[in-house]
Design a protein around this ligand. Structure first.
Ligand SMILES: C[C@](O)(CO)[C@H](O)COP(=O)(O)OP(=O)(O)OC[C@H]1O[C@@H](n2ccc(N)nc2=O)[C@H](O)[C@@H]1O
Ligand SMILES: Nc1ncnc2c1ncn2[C@@H]1O[C@H](COP(=O)(O)OP(=O)(O)OP(=O)(O)O)[C@@H](O)[C@H]1O
Length: 308
């Protein structure tokens, strides 16, 4: 086998409850991840046998030019870090070429870089035939970032700790989403820092039972009412235009409207696929919204879609 391609989904956070800053600078979370049908593809190919062990030569394309803006093509790329980590773990000593095809917005709060890292782990494990157990891949993913384990699993899952300790959530049915993408990204670290400034007295995060029940019943109306993101106020503070996007979605009939993770992407829950398309059209009329994406969830996590 010379080439492996893995498809990996974006996430939206259905509940993001954020506790106070810990001594290590991270925050304890109750983080309900939900994988949606907006996918990056990561293709890995054997590189030169005499290349530095685990080194990755990266290229990137995107559905739109904005999808590669600001994406590093050196060791700063999370996918390159994933390749190096797996090579160290397995003792593989060859280099690899990695091509990213990105549809997930960059620094958009939908964990695009984390998805690429998870996909790179799965792709290299298949290319190298190293057979690393999924439980170990999840541990390696957590070393790369708090959001990296979830795209290995997909579906809907509750993350605790800094978000990396995952438990699959019971769920029924399919939910229909519209994502309003903003120009440019938001730094996750900056949003957490703004959260600390705005909420120095944050309580310990607690799971929301109503949200869990809505998911289990597949009830989009109840789920829409239960969506909650503690980082939203911090995202609004750093990007005031987002409040108008959320208001426009609510006015256009969204069942729920929320900033996705650290933002600036805003997520809107619709009653059905046709209603999602109507909502997307209405959002495009609002001044703040440059682009919309319609998607559904939950979808499966990183999966091999091509080998040659
Ligand atoms: C906002 C979310 O996307 C919600 O899923 C995640 O919590 C962020 O996950 P991520 O981008 O993988 O974050 P990491 O790469 O682990 O950390 C980036 C930065 O975000 C902040 N961070 C992240 C996770 C967490 N539980 N507490 C934090 O305070 C820290 O400042 C950290 O330096
Ligand atoms: N493969 C990658 N794709 C996109 N950005 C990457 C990648 N690797 C590293 N980066 C860097 O990480 C930054 C954040 O990227 P990413 O798209 O993962 O943000 P995000 O979706 O807001 O993350 P999260 O939701 O996990 O907080 C980018 O601005 C970029 O500099």
């Amino acid at each position: 086998m010379n080439t492996v391609t893995v498809r990996v989904p974006a996430k939206v956070n259905l509940q993001l409850a954020v506790g106070p800053a810990r001594d290590d600078g991270y925050h304890d979370l109750v983080n309900v991840f939900h994988a949606v049908s907006l996918f990056d593809e990561v293709t890995v190919t054997h590189g030169a046998p005499d290349a530095k062990p685990g080194s990755a030569v990266l290229t990137a394309t995107g559905d739109r030019p904005s999808r590669t803006a600001g994406v590093p093509l050196d060791h700063g790329n999370l996918a390159a870090r994933a390749v190096a980590l797996l090579a160290r773990e397995t003792g593989v000593r060859t280099g690899v070429r990695v091509h990213l095809h990105k549809a997930i917005p960059v620094a958009g709060g939908m964990a695009g870089g984390s998805a690429d890292a998870a996909a790179a782990l799965v792709a290299c494990d298949a290319l190298w035939g190293t057979g690393v157990p999924t439980a170990r891949l999840v541990e390696l993913a957590a070393e790369l970032g708090s959001d990296v384990p979830f795209p290995l699993l997909g579906g809907t899952a509750v993350g605790t700790g800094r978000g990396e300790r995952l438990t699959p959530a019971a769920g029924n049915g399919t939910f229909h989403w519209v994502f309003a993408l903003a120009e440019g990204g938001l730094s996750t670290a900056a949003v957490f820092a703004e959260y600390d400034r705005l909420r120095p007295d944050a309580p310990e995060p607690e799971p929301d039972r109503e949200l869990a029940a809505a998911l289990a019943d597949g009830d989009a109306h109840r789920l829409g009412a239960a969506l909650a993101n503690d980082l939203q106020r911090a995202s609004f503070s750093l990007r005031p235009g987002l409040a108008a996007t959320i208001a426009a979605g609510r006015e256009a009939g969204a069942l729920g409207a929320i900033v996705s993770g650290s933002g600036p992407t805003c997520a809107f829950l619709a009653e059905s696929a046709p209603r999602a398309r109507e909502l997307a059209a209405a959002l495009l009329e609002s001044e703040e919204c440059a682009e919309t994406v319609v998607a559904h969830g939950p979808v499966q996590g990183a999966v091999v879609v091509g080998r040659s």
